[in-house]
Ligand binder design. Structure first.
Ligand code: ZN
Length: 319
């Protein structure tokens, strides 16, 4: 009988669960709220209880599963199956999640960080076309990423694939990491708004975006892209700057591992082809010829399921 995979996407507000086939098809999905009280001490017990409850509900047995794979915020020790420094979960000290979840469910468990598993998901069932050479860039509140080379996720000494902290503008905007000019500060949702505010100060033309900002309106990156699509002159300049930095970063990423695809996902990528075509234009300007011709930029395809599917794929190693 074909065994199943159990995927978990652990986030600061919800924990998503899925039962998948070894081909990556989602058969069951559910979620629970993340209880981050008491230094996040309820999270792992809640995960164990939810798994055991749902397996009973579906009349399934632990022996039907190849394993559990989970994506989590924070710094992961792959071998030990521990996580530390997941501040949106209130996990400040080292959490022995592998040991606890294996003991609580009787199922083998593997874990990696959330951006890495989203990369695995897009590579396996999304825009990555199951290629062995894929880089995933996610543009959300921050900018994250994952690098798959020779079919393997790169971890380096733990921080490989931290694409958000590639420096694209020395001396530029201050980043949460303490540096100045990281990609994240220009191309995350907050970065887009930051650029808009800065450009609005000096902009003299007619623009609805400028009027909104001057009137103290609370704008989002989606507002900026929506206005740009309506030809708002300031919004177009902001989008040009965002796409300049993203294209520049993609050209440099491509020179490192020469991926077949660089997949762009996350909330900001909802701007779609309007974003992608402008990023490609910059990429083509900055990439050297061999890379320019062989690395292709694409939009992500799985949306919120990328994390769940990629997490489940971690359990394939128990085959
Ligand atoms: Zn940074």
């Amino acid at each position: 009988m074909d065994k199943k995979l159990l995927g978990i996407d652990l986030g600061g507000t919800t924990i998503k669960f899925g039962i998948l086939t070894t081909e990556g098809e989602i058969q069951q999905k559910w979620s629970v709220e993340t209880n981050i009280l008491d230094d996040g001490a309820h999270i792992v017990p809640d995960i164990i209880e939810s798994i055991n409850h749902h397996l009973a509900l579906y009349n399934m047995d632990k022996d039907q599963f190849l394993g559990i794979g989970m994506g989590t915020p924070g710094t992961v020790d792959l071998e030990a199956g521990t996580v530390v420094g997941a501040y949106n979960l209130n996990w400040k000290t080292t959490q022995n999640i592998k040991q606890e979840i294996e003991r609580g469910t009787g199922i083998s468990f593997a874990v990696d960080n959330d951006a890495n598993v989203a990369a695995l998901g897009e590579r396996w069932k999304g825009a990555g076309n199951n290629s062995d050479e894929v880089v995933f860039v996610t543009l959300g509140t921050g900018v994250g990423g994952g690098i798959i080379s020779n079919g393997q996720l790169l971890h380096g000494q733990g921080a490989a694939g931290e694409i958000g902290h590639i420096n694209v503008h020395p001396g530029g905007y201050l980043c949460t990491c303490g540096g100045h000019g990281c990609l994240e500060t220009y191309t995350s949702a907050t970065g887009v708004v930051h650029i808009a505010r800065d450009q609005a100060e000096e902009f003299a033309g007619d623009s609805e975006l400028k009027r909104s900002l001057d009137n103290g309106a609370d704008i989002t990156s989606k507002d900026v892209f929506d206005l740009a699509k309506q030809n708002d002159s300031l919004a177009l300049r902001v989008v040009d700057e965002v796409c300049y930095y993203l294209g520049f970063a993609c050209a440099n990423i491509a020179a490192l591992t020469n991926p077949e695809y660089i997949v762009i996902g996350g909330g900001v990528s909802a701007a779609g082809d309007f974003l992608l075509t402008r990023v490609i234009k910059n990429f083509e300007e900055f990439a050297f010829p061999t890379v320019r011709d062989s690395t292709h930029l694409k939009l992500a395809e799985l949306g919120n399921d990328a994390g769940l599917i990629g997490a489940a794929s971690l359990a394939l190693k128990f085959k």
